[in-house]
Write a protein that binds this ligand. Structure first.
Ligand SMILES: Cc1ncc(COP(=O)(O)O)c(C=O)c1O
Length: 384
């Protein structure tokens, strides 16, 4: 069976309620620094865990940058990051002047290989910058044990992990900081945007200053309008109230979004179960609750050689796919030129980049669409 459908890999889910919330902000006079921002932070804290402190920012990259700055990580420091991730994970380390040290991943989950991670710790190592790969949680007990044993900070890149939990706790609440993305095709969107969360209230308070130029007081705290001081450096990494209003309505649908993704993932995984040379990345046990950002497969043996042809055939047949992520970060030109590149160090990250395909499971897919994705994928693989 072939499909005549057009099924994109991802599509933002925008409803009339989302549009109304944005228009409501535009009908008023407060477009940024306003009540929507505060409310979004409080509601996000309620979603992850009531005692989280949250700062809404302009992107996940901004959140990561602020995290490293506020943790005092900089020149001379090394940070362990996965080789298999979005470049933002490593860029955030680079832009504070520290050195990313890349760690290979496991093939079953795409998450960092903890034996290799431990072997790469040096006297210069200051932090672990982990990623919950496509929403599959890392083994946080083991990571926190390593971090404590070596006195390391932990920064959790949760860009694709809204809804991911490890042993019942939402990711982002284990380490010192958690950073989320609200880019259009993520679980929830604010257009562009991000959230920094932390168990340390004082760190979040500093971030809230740094995201707004380092200014020392909010509008409501100013006795004379326009009067403030700037005791520290900062950026403009704020999230506007327009974006925050959209985020609030989206967050209100997160339960439904996660349910649909979970159902779609299970249906598609079952459809792929007995195709030779196709490995599905997933959580190792029910203690690791996946947020089901996408369904990532790794092609093996003969199928691996046909990866790009399979992607092209699927596109012809109306099935959108993606690759998470297109290259191990240390192989990307900037990092390769700066640090050199030894492919042998990252066999699993390389397999995910060069032999992987991410299949769609977002809320824009019906059960019939999932059938079409599964059937078309199977036929394409078997055509050989
Ligand atoms: C793991 C990871 N970290 C960070 C980012 C960057 O997110 P943002 O676009 O919000 O900066 C992404 C984007 O996809 C990502 O996948």
């Amino acid at each position: 069976m072939t499909t005549t459908r057009e099924i994109p890999f991802a599509r933002p889910w925008i409803t009339d309620q989302d549009r109304d919330a944005v228009m409501e902000v535009l009908r008023g006079n407060i477009l940024t620094h306003g009540p929507q921002n505060k409310a979004f932070e409080q509601e996000f804290a309620g979603f992850v865990r009531g005692d989280a402190s949250c700062a809404a920012v302009s992107s996940c990259m901004a959140a990561l940058h602020l995290a490293y700055l506020e943790l005092g990580i900089g020149p001379g420091d090394e940070v362990l990051v996965p080789a298999q991730t979005h470049v933002a994970t490593a860029h955030a380390v680079e832009v504070v002047g520290a050195t990313p040290v890349f760690v290979d991943c496991e093939l079953q989950t795409g998450n960092m290989d903890l034996d290799q991670l431990e072997s790469l710790i040096t006297p210069q190592t200051r932090a672990i910058g982990l990623v919950h790969f496509v929403g599959i949680p890392c083994a946080m007990d083991a990571i926190m044990e390593i971090a404590q044993a070596h006195g390391l900070k932990v920064i959790e890149d949760c860009a694709l992990a809204v809804g991911s939990r490890y042993k019942g706790t939402h990711v982002g609440m284990f380490g010192d900081v958690g950073c989320f993305s609200f880019y259009p095709v993520k679980h929830i969107t604010t257009g562009d945007g991000g959230m920094l969360i932390s168990r340390h209230q004082s760190l979040t308070e500093r971030v809230i200053k740094t995201r707004g130029f380092g200014v020392d007081r909010t509008f409501s705290e100013r006795q004379i309008p326009g009067m403030y001081d700037v005791p520290s450096l900062g950026f403009n990494y704020r999230m506007s109230d327009i974006n925050a209003a959209l985020g609030r309505v989206q967050l209100g649908r997160i339960g439904e979004i996660l349910d649909i993704r979970k159902r779609n993932f299970a249906q598609l995984k079952a459809l792929l179960a007995d195709i030779d040379n196709v490995v599905v990345l997933d959580s190792p046990s029910s203690e690791f609750v996946n947020s089901h950002y996408c369904l990532s497969v790794i092609l093996r043996n003969k199928l691996a050689e046909r990866r790009n042809a399979i992607v092209a055939e699927l596109r012809e047949l109306g099935i959108g796919t993606s690759i998470y992520y297109p290259q191990p970060v240390p192989r990307m030109t900037y990092y390769r030129k700066k640090y050199g590149y030894d492919e042998a160090r990252y066999p699993n990250a390389t397999a995910i980049s060069d032999q992987g395909i991410a299949l769609p499971i977002g809320p824009h897919l019906t059960s019939d669409d999932i059938d079409a994705v599964g059937t078309t994928f199977r036929e394409t693989c078997l055509r050989g």
